[in-house]
Design a protein. Structure first.
Length: 289
């Protein structure tokens, strides 16, 4: 995807009525998004409208009561999204465990037409792991484990994903592990093994490219491969690559105090931008070229 003017896209969302900023998933979850301005930039808040009512407790008397809101209001779990100024990189901070994950944010962005193209969000894989996978002389096996969710399954057309889609339909409520392995010895000629390794390498590259569809509570929780890589001294070595452990990520804890006047998303923006600055060189290296 070419670089997008995300600030212009966010400004366009300001003028859309709520109905055009609301999306209902196949599972019945309702999401709504809103552009907000902070630190001279526009940012995005995407929330999942919570079902049911919340309760409060009177700490003086120990009474538990329903929390009732006036007018047409509801409760919502939100994630804050910041758009960096290079390479279409976004940073996301979830307000709590029920807040929208990357897959839900992606579906909201596409359903609500944030830009004219379809958006695919995936973790930024470290440059070194990409190079090891792409430059491997052989890929011996690829293994992935996932919990099927038809609403968030990846696109068709990739053989590993095709296996995953069929398994997900048949075992929708189960944890599925798929392992594809090319035997190092026996089981065919050297030519057939080389052909299988090339196909497996192509599938592994596509798998990593599609991690945005997979990572998270509704997707893959294991994705790894065993490869043979060339060394600097002209030899070769076997190496295990774990794609989930080698994407660039940062954990930030944000504490909100009752006496603070700034909105919740402001604290999230600060944390995201701080993490982006700390990993700036790694992020630029990962998306260069």
């Amino acid at each position: 995807m070419d670089p997008v003017d995300w600030q212009d896209a966010l400004d366009g969302m300001l003028h859309k009525p709520p109905t055009l900023r609301t999306f209902t998933s196949p599972d019945g979850d309702v999401y709504i998004g809103e552009s907000v301005a902070y630190l001279n930039q526009m940012h995005l808040i995407v929330g999942r409208i919570a079902a049911g009512n919340m309760q409060t407790v009177d700490l003086d008397h120990g009474h538990i009561e329903e929390l009732r809101l006036e007018g047409n209001r509801g409760f919502i779990d939100t994630s804050t999204v910041c758009f960096l100024d290079y390479a279409n990189i976004v940073g996301v901070m979830h307000g709590n465990q029920a807040a929208p994950r990357s897959s839900a944010i992606q579906r909201w962005m596409n359903a609500c037409g944030m830009i004219t193209e379809d958006v695919a969000l995936w973790p930024v894989i470290s440059k070194s792991v990409w190079e090891k996978l792409q430059n491997a002389s052989a890929v011996h096996n690829v293994e992935l484990t996932f919990r099927p969710n038809p609403a968030f399954m990846p696109q068709e057309g990739v053989s590993l994903f095709g296996f995953g889609r069929e398994a997900g339909v048949r075992y929708a409520d189960n944890r599925v592990t798929i392992k594809v392995e090319v035997q190092k010895r026996g089981g065919g000629s050297p030519t057939s093994r080389a052909r299988g390794q090339r196909r497996l390498q192509d599938d592994a590259v596509s798998l990593v490219s599609g991690l945005g569809y997979l990572v998270g509570p509704s997707g893959i929780d294991r994705a790894r491969a065993l490869v043979t890589s060339p060394t600097e001294d002209g030899h070769f070595k076997e190496e295990a690559l774990d794609f989930l452990k080698h994407h660039i990520t940062a954990k930030k804890r944000v504490e909100m105090r009752a006496e603070e006047s700034r909105p919740r998303h402001a604290a999230a923006v600060h944390a995201i931008m701080e993490a982006a600055q700390e990993h700036r060189s790694d992020l630029r290296a990962a998306v260069s070229g």
